[in-house]
Design a binder for this molecule. Structure first.
Ligand code: FMN
Length: 346
């Protein structure tokens, strides 16, 4: 194990895969004294090496690199692909049916290759989402002095994280934006614990340090997480409108203006449950068939690309946590500074 520690500013900017966590964002957050995180889940080794080098050139601060632990994916059968494709073709957005011919092996990235790439400019923290990474990856990271964390959504997952020898737990509550980090895509029983209830349960058990994730938007929220036993917090939505974030301008505009909308859990963008702002895609797809994760993510790629090109927020992924109304649009250093001031005044 590696001894767990956080900087004086007990905030980890959440890893957010899909181009949001740019080197500029990670560098700025780390320079401000918090932990900047890369969401490298879908990144190639070349991009991982490049982005880590770019961020390291910007800061000597603390950097986290995050990966998904994908469940094995069986090749889908033609009938299931056809059904899922028909569902997308029925949506009111002009994408040619042929554009959906995108499913090719390998369906998931090679975690070992991603890990080798990240070790070129070793991060300070390494975190994993959707389950336990292979033991040898944890051991190699810890041997290099890297602190290893894994997401838990319930106490049983927290116990398993401790058993595998990780150094800390990211307690992800039901309010969290983006993918719910359950160890299996659709667990038989998901209690849907709030971030504070989960934090409290894990802290009382006391196996490993806890970082609270989900709906943390203000200094007062950070104080509450600490009062429930957290060592710190992981905040995603709070950084989506940072100037340096790779969030599309139309997505940022929805986050700052759709205050009358709600966030909902949907499996239809990717094949796994994730919290997003409710838009036309989400409401039209409610009853639709979909492929397993991450095949559905690949299949919806052409539709999402067209929507992004057109600035059409009704068909983009708008991941957002339940506290999105409190989002701030500012440089990342300013967001961190305001959160720290806010914490001290609470
Ligand atoms: C746009 C977006 C993308 C995300 N991508 C990842 C990811 O790649 N890896 C990960 O571990 N968590 C990811 N998450 C979840 C965050 O780690 C964290 O649990 C969540 O942001 C906390 O809730 P909040 O958004 O209310 O702060 C993502 C969250 C968002 C909003």
């Amino acid at each position: 194990m590696t001894a767990f520690s956080l900087p004086d500013v007990p905030i980890i900017q959440a890893p957010m895969a899909g181009g949001i966590t740019t080197p500029a964002l990670v560098g700025a957050v780390a320079e401000a004294g918090a932990v900047g995180s890369f969401g490298f889940a879908y990144s190639t080794p070349e991009v991982i090496v490049r982005d880590m080098a770019e961020a390291r050139a910007l800061t000597n601060g603390l950097i986290n690199a995050n990966f998904f632990v994908f469940e094995p994916v069986l090749p889908p059968n033609e009938a299931d692909i056809a059904t899922a494709t028909e569902m997308l073709c029925a949506l009111p957005i002009a994408v040619d049916k042929a554009a959906y011919d995108v499913l090719r092996e390998p369906f998931v990235p090679d975690l070992e290759a991603q890990f080798d790439a990240v070790m070129h400019h070793a991060p300070d923290y390494l975190t994993f989402h959707f389950g336990l990474p292979p033991q040898q990856i944890i051991a190699r990271a810890q041997a290099a002095g890297i602190i290893v964390g894994v997401t838990a959504t319930c106490l049983e997952e927290a116990h398993a994280i401790a058993r595998v020898g990780a150094d800390f737990i990211v307690a992800q509550g039901y309010e969290a934006g983006g993918h719910r980090g359950t160890f299996t895509a659709f667990p038989k029983a998901d209690e849907g614990l709030s971030s504070l209830s989960l934090t409290k349960a894990i802290a009382q058990w006391g196996g490993l340090p806890v970082i609270t994730a989900g709906g943390i938007m203000t200094g007062a929220d950070i104080g509450q997480a600490q009062a429930n036993g957290a060592a710190g917090v992981q905040m995603g939505t709070a950084f989506l409108c940072a100037d340096e974030a790779g969030t599309a301008p139309s997505y940022k505009a929805a986050l700052t203006s759709w205050h009358d909308r709600r966030t909902v859990m949907t499996p239809h963008f990717s094949g796994r449950l994730a919290r997003a702002l409710e838009n036309t895609f989400v409401s039209e797809m409610t009853q639709s068939a979909f492929l397993p994760f991450p095949l559905q993510n690949t299949l919806t790629g052409p539709l999402r690309k067209k929507a992004a090109q057109d600035g059409d927020v009704q068909f983009q992924i708008l991941w957002a946590g339940a506290g999105f109304q409190k989002i701030q649009s500012a440089p990342a250093t300013e967001i961190v500074k305001r959160l720290v001031d806010d914490m001290r005044n609470c």
